[in-house]
Design a binder for this molecule. Structure first.
Ligand code: C5P
Length: 241
């Protein structure tokens, strides 16, 4: 029997958005005293593969491996088993893969072995898609309706939570309750540049609305002093690693 995974008390997951392993390790080492974990994704994985992920996991911080699997159930199950064995604390799949794929992902995380399974999180509607993009791919619900629909589907099939924008926290909480994990990017302290993120909130606002994990990249990794930036965000949240 695998233990139910637990997120760190510090909700900050720093996004290590780079293909460069040495840079990712340097950022993580530098800010580790002020963050709860790290997030790495497709760019890093495509460049560095499983060995790169193992090097990040070996730092001893919880790792959110953001690879957004979306394929037939058997293939997604195999991929989730593989990344679970790498030691990722959080993995994710597209909810639109459907009920059987969600069941397969959850079962694969349970059966991968080891003492604790990763959290299995769903991606609902990519925040890069607006209502007109959804119409273009044949979706008739509004983006928010589709997000809530897919969040409930994910919960019904045993997933632990979803990635969502700050604006989606309230409707998902209303539909899925308090025990569903909400992982929220699009976070900007009021002293940081917004960059290409449009619907943003501060770390405090996101936490107060009910986010469980805050994915924060450039406000930390793009700062002149990443350690000071991470420390300032942790202090504003009243948290420590
Ligand atoms: O640098 P920044 O704080 O904008 O980084 C946010 C991180 O969260 C990036 O890794 C980005 O790919 C990811 N993300 C996002 N919006 C989503 C899902 C993931 O910004 N809807």
């Amino acid at each position: 029997m695998t233990n139910t995974p637990k997120l760190p008390d510090n909700p900050i997951f720093v996004a290590l958005d780079t293909a460069n392993l040495a840079q990712a390790l340097a950022w993580a080492e530098a800010v580790r005293g002020h963050v709860g974990g790290v997030k790495t994704g497709l760019e890093f994985f495509s460049a560095n593969g499983a060995d790169g992920v193992r090097a990040i996991v070996d730092l001893g911080l919880p790792v959110f491996l953001d690879l957004k699997f979306h394929d037939i159930p058997n293939t997604v199950a195999g991929a989730v088993r593989a990344v679970s064995r790498l030691g990722a604390a959080v993995v994710n799949v597209h909810a639109s893969g459907g009920p059987a794929m969600l069941d397969a992902a959850r079962e694969a995380a349970e059966s991968a072995g080891g003492t604790s399974r990763p959290l299995v999180i769903a991606v609902t509607v990519l925040t890069s898609m607006d209502n007109s993009d959804l119409v273009a791919v044949g979706q008739t619900l509004s983006a928010t309706e589709q997000v809530v629909h897919l969040a409930k589907l994910s919960q019904d099939h045993g997933l632990d939570g979803v990635v969502c924008s700050p604006a989606e926290i309230a409707p998902i909480r209303a539909a899925c309750g308090d025990d569903f994990q909400l992982i929220v990017p699009g976070i900007r302290p009021d002293w940081a540049a917004s960059g290409d993120q449009k619907r943003i909130t501060t770390p405090r606002q996101a936490r107060d609305r009910g986010a469980n994990m805050l994915v924060i990249g450039r406000p930390i990794t793009g700062a002149d002093d990443p350690v000071a930036a991470a420390a300032r965000i942790a202090e504003e949240l009243g948290t420590s690693a």
